[in-house]
Design a protein around this ligand. Structure first.
Ligand code: ATP
Length: 431
């Protein structure tokens, strides 16, 4: 992980948030390459979830909702984690996640030992609400207390009727949304894994009760396949059905896609839940609006994943070393740059001209990058490290026969390809 975090900073994927002010815990900023990678992940998700299907439409709801939304959804009452605080150093821990054990002693009763200052503490964990509060309005006394959304899903449920009334969707259908969510996590950490502000990719897929189990199975498989199709190592990812006692009381079933993380072993990458009719029923009750379809309340299947957590999985999965070289074997569709273009030598004007014009023509079709620093070997390694799948070099032979070498990141093999064929060559590979 240290190597990945350092690579991410050095090459401009991810920077610590507010770094020049000493950092802000649980926040990270995406650099130029991280921004491209995240955009590509979102694009692939949107493509497979919305644009390539006939039964899912998109939505982009606001981050701030009416406070009643969170009452109805149950977040005010129960979007909590068990918090335990040391009476001496005041460090806070998430019970069940951080390494805290409660001991039982005949004389002392219940106690626990603070992992930071080793103080003996008594007391049980208390519920800590993870929603960030903010206020609406400029006058403090009359301001309304609001929450930053901890998930995008509720924005979908409250627009259920709007979507039905303004589009031609018929059940089964889904509404998908990508947007920021905020959670005041007790403990953040493991790089992008658990942060306080993150983008989420969520789908609420509405189905007729009775068909929900089938759709649940379908979406579990769809979502697992999405990762596999984007190159995630099959032995590092799996679907896990959670036992009844670990899932929300209203859930008809919850599964998770787990990844074998280097810092904790198997753990959640994405959640997929059969939420039954809980959300629509709750919002019907609280809003007084009848959120139904053909006189029944649909059930909903919800796949939900954080962009950053998915990005971490793709980065960890792609990271490899060959000798002292680092190769980031990102799927070409996720790679920030698809092609790097070089001139074999920098001081031969004719070669540089030719390479530059090829670069501009490729760039009009794919994200391409120009590099003229150092020698050709160093340029290959620099591109390997940021996951660029192909490097194109214009050399002396190019001036004779209009062919270039295309070097493959993963095999280091070079192939001669005619310039006129390059567009189709890459288009085919990116398919
Ligand atoms: P966990 O307990 O693993 O943090 P959760 O069960 O609270 O997650 P859900 O509410 O199911 O998470 O959220 C759906 C998805 O959103 C998660 O699978 C994960 O990909 C992402 N996610 C949730 N919390 C965070 C966070 N604090 N930082 C980054 N991603 C998160």
């Amino acid at each position: 992980m240290e190597k990945i975090v350092s690579l991410c900073k050095r090459r401009g994927f991810v920077y610590p948030g507010s770094e020049i002010y000493g950092g802000l815990n649980g926040t990270w900023d995406l650099g130029p390459l991280g921004t491209s990678l995240a955009r590509n992940i979102k694009h692939e998700w949107w493509k497979s979830t919305v644009t390539q299907r006939d039964d899912v439409v998109g939505l982009d709801s606001s981050i701030l909702h009416h406070p009643k939304v969170w009452e109805a959804s149950g977040h005010i009452a129960s979007f909590t984690d068990p918090l335990i605080e040391c009476k001496k150093c005041h460090n806070r821990f998430r019970f069940g996640y951080d390494p805290i054990t409660i001991y039982l002693d005949k004389e002392k009763g219940k106690y626990w030992i603070c992992p930071t200052c080793h103080e003996n503490n008594s007391g049980e964990p208390r519920d800590f609400n993870l929603m960030f509060k903010t206020s609406l309005g400029s006058v403090e006394e009359t301001a309304t207390e609001l929450y930053l959304r901890p998930e995008t899903a509720q924005g979908i449920f409250i627009n259920f009727l709007n979507v039905i009334n303004s589009t031609r969707v018929t059940i089964p259908f889904g509404i998908a949304q990508i947007g920021k969510g905020f959670r005041n996590e007790i403990t953040t950490g493991n790089f992008l894994f658990r942060v306080r502000e993150f983008e989420m990719m969520e789908l609420e897929f509405f189905v007729k009760p009775g068909t929900d189990s089938e759709w649940f199975i379908t979406w579990k498989q769809e979502r697992l396949n999405w990762y596999l199709n984007l190159g995630v190592n099959k032995s590092k990812i799996k679907l896990v059905d959670l036992p009844k006692e670990e899932i929300a009381h209203y859930s008809k079933g919850t599964s998770e896609i787990w990844y074998d993380w280097p810092f904790m072993g198997w753990g959640e990458l994405e959640g997929i839940a059969n939420r039954g009719d809980y959300d629509l029923t709750q919002h019907s009750k609280h809003s007084g609006k009848y959120l139904v379809y053909d006189d029944y309340t649909p059930y909903v299947i919800e796949p939900s994943v954080g962009v950053g957590r998915a990005m971490l999985a793709f980065l960890v999965d792609a990271y490899s070393e060959v000798g002292d070289r680092v190769i980031l074997k990102l799927h070409p569709r996720l790679a920030p740059h698809k092609v790097a273009v070089f001139s074999l030598v920098a001081n031969k004007e004719e070669l540089v001209q030719k390479a530059k014009s090829l670069y501009l023509s490729l760039k009009s079709q794919f994200p391409a990058v120009w590099d003229d620093r150092g020698n050709i070997g160093k340029r290959y390694y620099a591109q390997d490290e940021i996951g660029t799948p192909w490097c194109v070099t214009v050399d002396y032979q190019t001036l004779e026969d209009d062919t270039v070498t295309v070097r493959d990141r993963d095999t280091a093999q070079q192939e001669r390809v005619s310039i006129s064929q390059l567009d189709t060559y890459f288009a085919q590979k990116l398919k």
